[in-house]
Design a protein around this ligand. Sequence first.
Ligand code: GLY
Length: 388
Amino acid sequence: MSSPRTSDVLVIGGGIIGLVTAWRAAQRGFATAVADPAPGGGAAQVAAGMLAAVTELHHGEQTLLGLNLASARRYPEFAAELTELTGHDLGYRRCGTLAVALDSDDRAHLRELHALQRQSGLESEWLSGRECRRLEPMLAPGVRGGLRVDGDHQIDPRRLTAALVAACELAGVAFHRVRAERLSVVGERATGVVTSDGTALAAGQVVLAGGSLSGRLAGVPQHVLPPVRPVKGQVLRLTVPPRHAPFLNRTVRAVVRGSQVYLVPRENGELVVGATSEELGWDTTVTAGGVYELLRDAHELVPGITELPLTETRAGLRPGSPDNAPLLGPTELAGLLLATGHYRNGVLLTPVTGDAMAHALATGELPDEARPFTPRRFGAAALSEQPA
Ligand code: GLY
């Protein structure tokens, strides 16, 4: 049976953010469709899946912290609901995170992060190098200290995505496996899309959730086009053979010579090492330089990784926004909503995004916790109100 060409809600993009939006919309009783040539793809296929609200805290991102924490709090219930519905194990692991320093510059940086975490009321414990190695014996002898954050967890984004596709199917979401090429606008209202095979899909409300591609959809009026850009991340996957297990007990991360490196151990033996951060447009080439830097930095932290099989190298595109925070909810164009710009936090923000978007679709308003993330903050009116 072909999918209906008219729906209440049409979501453009079947990555995790589009899928969670479609699932939650369908649960609210909206006839919902997703347009994507390959639903379940996107940046989540590359992401490591750290739920790192505390260890990825940055100066100037206090508002985003509130949303990150709200989503982290929702994860246990969200994961349980998805697993119960679909039977999928999501690899949700409450293993905690250890952020370590290798030299005095790194240690000064971590001390600053610790101070910011404490000012923000977050739980994080300073450990000596020896205490870090007691927790993680594979760490290099040169580790100078670290922060133990038991509240930063992880999930397997590939399993999460597969579960969201299954949940959408169970909730009756229709999948159009084709690219949305142009937004249809009639009068002052978005009314659907035209796809790459020329089909017109009509909808009462359209949600643009195309990740880093969201700013490129034809037909979107300039004043509502989301200001997102691709930020490339190269990521490696290694395998821990049973004789080496447990290699690491928790996520281990550091800033090495100014670059982030993290090692995320899954219960199934996968060890994810990420990630570069490169502003190179749409390029997704895995480069020798990217792999070299990740392995070099990871090896400084955990020398034993050179023994492990390297099973995958991949690059993805984070959807970066001007303030590193997502764009959620209604735009100045009636009928068009956004769910994009999640940058480094797409996996973490999946539960709260689904809830906020379903609320916005049902009421026309964002819930309080998501209001600061309105796309209108980048509109001409908002920008002209800012002090020069
Ligand atoms: N949140 C991890 C990353 O974006 O690399």
